[in-house]
Design a protein around this ligand. Structure first.
Ligand code: SF4
Ligand code: SF4
Length: 56
């Protein structure tokens, strides 16, 4: 089970900078996580200002 970014995302990019495996990229209006690479470390959720990343 990977983390997933909800529609609350305001595309600030903070999570992508913190992800240890660089599996977060900018998508269409929000950032997206590649579920095949996510380690479920939670770093993205810790830095997100709006609580968008959560376990899928
Ligand atoms: Fe990256 Fe960790 Fe977030 Fe997965 S949980 S997307 S590995 S920062
Ligand atoms: Fe979106 Fe949160 Fe990532 Fe910023 S830190 S790009 S608001 S998921």
């Amino acid at each position: 089970m990977a983390y997933k970014i909800s529609d609350e995302c305001i595309a600030c990019g903070a999570c992508a900078a913190e992800c240890p495996v660089s599996c977060i990229s900018e998508g269409d209006g929000k950032y997206v996580i590649n579920p095949d690479e996510c380690l479920e470390c939670g770093a993205c959720a810790d830095v997100c200002p709006v609580g968008a990343p959560a376990k899928d």
